[in-house]
Every structure is written in structure tokens, then in C-alpha cells.
Design a protein around this ligand. Structure first.
Ligand code: NAD
Length: 265
């Protein structure tokens, strides 16, 4: 394939931190690869030592030298992550937050059965983490910047078994809007990509994910599901100057599925 004109230079000199790589199927990996191809320098975070083993070879592929531990469920982990980052870099231009978690047992069956402990944990890891990250990252964005997170259609409409994760994503999407107002005066933009279903570890945790995948493939206007590199392309738009006047946006990248009211079949 011919390289695009701006490949290698579009994000030259830009630095960013990525949360959420578990393996080479992760949305965060698809985004990292694309941003690196376009010249960005990336710091990658890993949740624990088991994941570090998988992330290390990936980091070499994109020449990323900074690997920082960050487990949102541990108190002070996000703060420590930014302290570590600040030791190496005094400025960042963007953040990609592509991480979420809920107990698999409650991504199955009825929302009404959600336990308080899993409700709090899901909201903490999948939503509040982005607020805390935004606060710490914005203090390192000396020339403005871009904060990007990942959402799903289940934030707005009821999807089978998505349950408390839908509630967390609704809160996350609203956080994007409040954060965009808080940080707009510093020329920091805050947006979310609402991705179509993907075959990742997190995606597979939702009961009957395969059926959702097949249903959206059949019923989306483009008659397929989104690919990892296409999410990377959209992230490239959001972290670069191409989207300089865009903030507080929830942008669907789902082959058009969200506009469908009823199956055509
Ligand atoms: P993934 O399993 O590859 O990535 C999820 C990441 O979350 C992992 O890297 C994991 O380490 C991280 N994570 C979980 N708990 C954490 C914690 N306590 N601290 C720090 N990190 C933690 O799955 P993915 O599908 O690439 O998910 C990335 C994002 O995209 C998530 O926000 C997910 O909700 C969202 N999303 C996924 C889909 C889908 O169908 N897979 C669709 C739309 C949005």
C-alpha cells in the first residue's frame, strides 16, 4: 500500500500516553500502531506483570521506550504513573484511555442483579479513571492537547448482557462533556470514540458477544464490523490538528450501526 502523504510526519514531535493494551487485538494497540506510524512518540502503560510480558514485544515494534505500570484498582496508581512519566517528559500532547472492567459474572443476565461492589468497581475503573487521568494529564499539557476515551452504543441503548457497563459508559460519555468544558480554556479537547463490537478480551467477557458481533455485521449500513486499523485512523484524527475544533464529541465508528431503527431483514 502507498504511504499517505503525511505518514511519519503528521504527529512528529508529539508525545502521548496510552492506557489499555492487553495484547495485539486490543483497541489501544490498533491506535498505538497508527499513531506511531504517523510519527508520535508513545509511553505505554500495563496493568500488571502478566500483561507486561505481552506488551514488551509490542512496544519494541513501535519503538516505544517508556513502559509504566498502572492498575486503576490500586489507590495512587494513576498518580504514581504520571509522576513516573513526569520524570521522563515535561510535556505531553495526548492521552488515549482504552480500558474498562466489570465482573464477567455480571455481564450476563439481568442488570437488576448488579451487586453494589461490582457497580462501584466498574464505575471506578471504567469511568472515574478517565477523570483522574484527565486532571493529571492536563497539568502536563503545556501547549493544549487531546484526551480520548472509548465508549460503546450500550451507553445509550440497552444491549444484551452489557448491564452495568452500559451505565458506566453513559457516565463516561457525560464525563467527556463536563471535562471538555473544564479544560477547553487550556485548549485541551476531550472526545470519545464509540466503537462497534470488536473481538478483544474485554469484548469476549460479555455473554453472547458473538451474537452481537454477527447482528451488527448483518444490520449495519456497511454490512460489516469495524476493523482495528479503522479505529486507529479515527484516533489519529482526534489526537492530531485535524480535529482542532472538535471537543465534547461522542463519535461513532461502528459501520453506521447506531442509526438503524429496525432490522431490514
Ligand atoms: P482489551 O481487553 O484488549 O483492553 C481492555 C484493557 O483494559 C486491558 O488492557 C486491561 O489491562 C485494561 N484494564 C482493565 N482493568 C484495568 C485496571 N484495573 N487498571 C488498568 N487497566 C485496566 O479490550 P478492548 O476491547 O480493546 O477495550 C478497550 C476499550 O474499548 C474499553 O474501554 C472497552 O469498553 C472499549 N470498547 C470495546 C468494544 C469491544 O467490542 N471490544 C467496543 C466499544 C468500546
Amino acid at each position: 500500500m502507498q504511504p499517505y502523504y503525511f505518514q511519519n510526519i503528521m504527529l512528529k514531535g508529539k508525545k502521548g500516553i496510552i492506557f489499555g493494551i492487553a495484547n495485539d487485538h486490543s483497541i489501544a494497540w490498533g491506535i498505538s500502531k497508527k499513531l506511531s506510524e504517523y510519527g508520535a512518540e508513545l509511553a505505554l502503560t500495563y496493568q500488571n506483570d502478566t500483561l507486561l510480558k505481552r506488551i514488551k514485544p509490542l512496544s519494541k515494534e513501535i519503538n516505544s521506550k517508556l513502559l509504566i505500570e498502572c492498575d486503576f484498582s490500586q489507590s495512587n496508581s494513576i498518580k504514581k504513573c504520571f509522576d513516573d512519566l513526569n520524570q521522563e517528559w515535561n510535556n505531553i500532547d495526548f492521552v488515549v484511555h482504552a480500558a474498562a472492567f466489570s465482573n464477567k459474572d455480571e455481564l450476563n443476565g439481568r442488570y437488576i442483579d448488579t451487586s453494589l461492589s461490582n457497580f462501584i468497581n466498574t464505575l471506578n475503573i471504567s469511568c472515574y479513571s478517565f477523570t483522574e487521568i484527565s486532571k493529571l494529564a492536563s497539568s502536563m499539557m503545556n501547549n493544549g492537547g487531546s484526551l480520548l476515551t472509548l465508549s460503546f452504543y450500550g451507553a445509550n441503548k440497552v444491549m444484551p448482557n452489557y448491564n452495568v457497563m452500559g451505565v458506566a459508559k453513559a457516565a463516561l460519555e457525560m464525563s467527556v462533556k463536563y471535562l471538555s468544558v473544564d479544560l477547553g480554556k487550556n485548549n485541551i479537547r476531550v472526545n470519545a470514540i464509540s466503537a462497534g463490537p470488536m473481538r478483544t478480551i474485554a469484548g469476549a467477557a460479555i455473554a453472547k458477544a458473538r451474537e452481537v458481533y454477527k447482528y451488527t455485521e448483518k444490520n449495519s449500513p456497511l454490512h460489516r464490523n469495524v476493523r482495528l486499523d479503522e479505529l486507529g485512523n479515527t484516533a489519529l484524527y482526534f489526537v492530531s490538528d485535524l480535529s482542532k475544533a472538535v471537543s465534547g464529541e461522542i463519535h461513532y465508528v461502528d459501520c453506521g450501526f447506531n442509526i438503524i431503527g429496525m432490522s431490514q431483514y
